[in-house]
Design a binder for this molecule. Sequence first.
Ligand code: NAP
Length: 313
Amino acid sequence: MKIVLPGGTGQVGTVLRRALTAAGHEVVVLSRRPAGDGEIPWDGRTLGPWAGAIDGSDVVVNLAGRSVGCRYTPDNLRAMMESRVDSTRVVGRAIAAAARPPRVWLQMSTATVYAHRFDAPHDEATGVIGGTEPGVPGYWGHSVDIATAWEAEQEAADTPHTRKAALRAAMVMSPDRGGVFDVLSRLTRLGLGGPVAGGRQYVSWIHDHDFVRAVGFLVDRDDLSGPVNLCAPAPLPHRDFMRALRGAWGVPVGLPATRWMAEIGAFALRTDTELLLKSRRVVPGRLLDAGFAFDHPEWSPAAADLVRRARGR
Ligand SMILES: NC(=O)c1ccc[n+]([C@@H]2O[C@H](COP(=O)([O-])OP(=O)(O)OC[C@H]3O[C@@H](n4cnc5c(N)ncnc54)[C@H](OP(=O)(O)O)[C@@H]3O)[C@@H](O)[C@H]2O)c1
């Protein structure tokens, strides 16, 4: 197949591109700064010659968006929103204008769209969209607003010949440098991989191999469209998640951090504590119902596999 990855130069794009290329597909990446073979320029906002790559392709997986690993300043929040909504709109316009539109358009979204919650997991049918839940900082609503606007933009696109699905993905765990697993691993190996703010908050995650398999499953299954949760079926509290990661690295201790220590750490790392403190208890209801079987359903063995690959990097 010919598969186009707008924004495919980042962490998730690296994972997908590697796997899809290895499987023999032709992969075209759209980037604002194309650097190598298979990368072509676009601006993420306006139609241009890049749209020719979409015409005649089989699949589009749009990954573009300003990184959420930043301080949530007004400028950064605006960039997070606009880069997602604008790129989704223009991808939709390119598909609508194509003489031979792709069969499938998978659009990245995020598991963060769901409410901060401990008591029950969110699946697509019964899950509660966040933004109005009590007891959380009001500004956490921005991430939900961004995710819902992002999904609405895809939903609104008039692409009658192209099936659309929104990927409500949890953190994609891969051993690549700079990714979330790498960052958590470095902290863990420094002895800083303890629970944060008590560690009750749930962590949803997906192993990179299952992420790639789930994308392939969604490409193949003509009956699946709309929002789909991409996460392992066993989210777990942050304290257990970090304990398993310490175990995988063979690190006996992890310094616990209070909420205030996390605030200082997040400030130093130019990121936001929402990424650590929001309870994301999300499960892959639709994937499981459709018969998708995870190769890495549980975190401890998944972490062991990722550590083994990171050591061999
Ligand atoms: N990583 C995860 O675990 C995870 C989980 C759930 C959802 N997501 C979402 O999935 C998407 C991909 O994640 P990722 O981790 O691969 O992100 P990433 O590493 O930050 O890469 C995203 C790519 O988007 C492009 N981009 C950045 N700012 C842009 C802008 N203003 N306009 C157009 N393109 C822009 C960049 O490509 P160029 O600089 O080459 O143009 C960048 O490589 C993101 O939208 C993210 O929010 C990620």
